[in-house]
Structure formats: structure tokens, C-alpha cells
Design a protein around this ligand. Structure first.
Ligand code: NAG
Ligand code: NAG
Ligand code: NAG
Ligand code: NAG
Length: 284
């Protein structure tokens, strides 16, 4: 049984660049109210707790819960009808659409921002009927398991709420807290089974581990059981040196410009075999 890895990468670079532009373009349609008592926030907190994820421990959880509550109550009739529905004959599905809510950008200390109306305009301009969102790398606090689990869960709840607000236009691939294998299996099962994720998104490298690492074999076995689509995205690799995770970009260029292009060729690196079957070591 081999895990099928589908990488939908190159054709979408232009779109990704355009999306990046629009993240930077506008500010502040963010939700305004604190929502600690909202039943939706409470439900997210208790489901996370049941899976061993301690959301209240992290400062980013508050704004993330606000965002989730905001999209859960969002009424798309507030938008121009021309944006809520795709035009006649438009059928393209963009499977490489990144979502960067403000709480997530703030947590990772960058300035990218996502805005609904801009994204819908981008879709209209490029004849896209549906966007499948992904945030392939929740490892914005390298080596910190609790924070990585919390980021992944909140992104999934957030993308699920957004997708339900405009179900004809949006779907999502679940974020997974690898290299924490058991937690990633739990997260993927929750996202696929309960949140309506269409597949799982993975980075080429999670906290220093490439996907061919035999550590990940139980995760891929579980994804096989679910017949899950896997969306694979390159990232800036990390290396563990003297018990410390360091960035391993071998060039002086931004990883977006250089290292990214090679990362998905490195799937079996850091594994002691030469198999190209992800998660199936020893077959060469
Ligand atoms: C959304 O807003 C429209 C127009 O104000 C209203 O008719 C509709 O009932 C609302 N839908 C929900 C689910 O609240
Ligand atoms: C969509 O196209 C219009 C007309 O060319 C342009 O003004 C607008 O900036 C575009 N918006 C996006 C998000 O691409
Ligand atoms: C992961 O789950 C397996 C199967 O339930 C268990 O044997 C293993 O000890 C768990 N590993 C960790 C690190 O919790
Ligand atoms: C790792 O630690 C050893 C022993 O302290 C040191 O000699 C070596 O330079 C360190 N390597 C790096 C890349 O920092």
C-alpha cells in the first residue's frame, strides 16, 4: 500500500504571487469583539482539550477564537452577489490558495493579511470557481509541540468556519502538526471526519524532518486508511544541530526564490533509504 502524494505546485505560482499581493493590499475587516463566552468558542476549546491541546496557554488563541466565531456567524448575503457566486461557465478550482488570518500572521510576525473581498475579486479576475485553502506549515514555533498543536487546531477550525460561510466558493486541506505523529493522526482524523477537510496539507520539512523520515510511517499509514488526498508544499527546511533547530537555506536568497524549488525533490532525505515511496522505507 503506497501513499499517493499529489503535488500541485508549479502551475499555481502566478496565482500565489497574485494572492501574496492582495494579502498586503488592505487592512482591517477583522472581527471586533472579544468572545470568551461565545458557545462556538467554548465548543472549540473543549474539543481541543479532549484531544490534549491546551489553547488557553497561548496568546494567539484569543484572536483566533474571535476569527472562528466571526466566520461562524458570517452571512454571505452581506456581500455583492457577483462575488458570492461564480460566473456562468467558470469551473476552475484553485487547489493552491493560502489562507493567512491576521492572528496567524501576527503569531508568525509577518505582515501578510488575507481579506475576503479581495480574495473573491482575485477569484473572479482569474475565473476561479472555488479555492481550496491550505496552510501547510504550522511549525511557526519550531520545537514547541504544544504551540504547534494549538496553531494547527486553530487553523483547521478557522478554515472550516470560513469554508462553511461560503461553501460553494471555499474548501480546505487540513494543517497537520508534524513531526508530532500521534497528534497529527488525531488532527487529521478530526479535520477530515468532523470539520469537512478535503485532504491534508503537508510541508516538505517539519521541524527538521523530511517526509521520508521513517518516524512518519504511522501517519502515512493512517492517511492511507482514510484514502486522504495529500497536498504537498515546499518550505524552508530546518536542521537539528546540537539539539537546536536552525534554518538550513543553503543560499543567500529568500527561500521563496531559491530553496523552495528543490524541496519537494528531497522527500526521502533524512531517511536512511533511497525509496521515493513516502513513509515506506527500505524499498530501494
Ligand atoms: C442573512 O441575511 C439575509 C438578509 O439580511 C437574511 O434574509 C437571512 O435570513 C440571513 N441568513 C441567516 C442565516 O441569518
Ligand atoms: C481585479 O481586476 C480589477 C480590474 O482589472 C482590478 O481593478 C482589481 O484590482 C483586481 N483585483 C484583484 C484582487 O486581483
Ligand atoms: C503513539 O501511538 C501509538 C499507538 O497508539 C503508541 O504505541 C505510541 O506510544 C504513541 N507515541 C507517543 C509518542 O505517544
Ligand atoms: C556543536 O557542538 C560542538 C561541541 O560543543 C561544537 O564543537 C560544534 O561546533 C557545534 N556545531 C555547530 C554547528 O554549532
Amino acid at each position: 500500500m503506497h501513499t499517493r502524494v499529489s503535488a500541485f505546485l508549479l502551475f499555481a505560482f502566478q496565482l500565489a504571487a497574485a494572492a501574496q499581493q492582495q494579502y498586503l493590499a488592505q487592512s482591517d475587516d477583522a472581527p471586533a469583539h472579544l468572545v470568551p463566552d461565545d458557545p462556538i468558542a467554548q465548543a472549540v476549546l473543549s474539543r481541543a482539550l479532549a484531544d490534549g491541546i491546551d489553547l488557553p496557554a497561548y496568546a494567539f488563541s484569543g484572536p483566533a477564537l474571535e476569527e472562528i466565531v466571526y466566520w461562524s456567524h458570517f452571512n454571505s448575503s452581506e456581500l455583492p452577489g457577483s462575488l458570492v457566486h461564480s460566473a456562468e461557465g467558470v469551473e476552475a478550482i484553485d487547489v493552491h490558495a493560502h489562507y493567512a488570518p491576521k492572528w496567524y500572521s501576527n503569531a508568525r510576525q509577518d505582515s501578510t493579511e488575507w481579506h475576503l473581498q479581495e480574495h473573491l475579486e482575485l477569484m473572479a479576475n482569474h475565473s476561479i470557481a472555488k479555492s481550496i485553502f491550505s496552510v501547510p506549515n504550522p511549525n511557526i514555533f519550531p520545537g514547541d509541540k504544544g504551540a504547534t498543536l494549538a496553531v494547527a487546531r486553530l487553523l483547521n477550525e478557522n478554515m472550516a468556519a470560513l469554508s462553511k460561510a461560503l461553501p460553494d466558493r471555499f474548501g480546505f486541506f487540513a494543517t497537520n502538526p508534524l513531526p508530532h505523529v500521534n497528534a497529527s493522526i488525531t488532527e487529521a482524523q478530526y479535520a477530515l471526519g468532523s470539520l469537512g477537510a478535503l485532504g491534508v496539507a503537508l510541508s516538505s520539512n517539519h521541524d527538521g524532518h523530511y517526509l521520508g523520515d521513517r518516524l512518519f510511517a504511522p501517519f502515512f499509514a493512517a492517511m492511507d486508511d482514510h484514502q486522504s488526498i495529500i497536498f504537498l508544499h515546499p518550505t524552508e527546511p530546518l536542521l537539528e544541530v546540537n539539539n537546536t533547530l536552525i534554518k538550513a537555506n543553503p543560499t543567500t536568497h529568500s527561500p521563496v526564490l531559491a530553496e523552495f524549488y528543490f524541496e519537494t525533490g528531497d522527500l526521502s532525505a533524512a531517511s536512511d533509504d533511497c525509496s521515493s515511496d513516502v513513509g515506506q522505507p527500505g524499498q530501494c
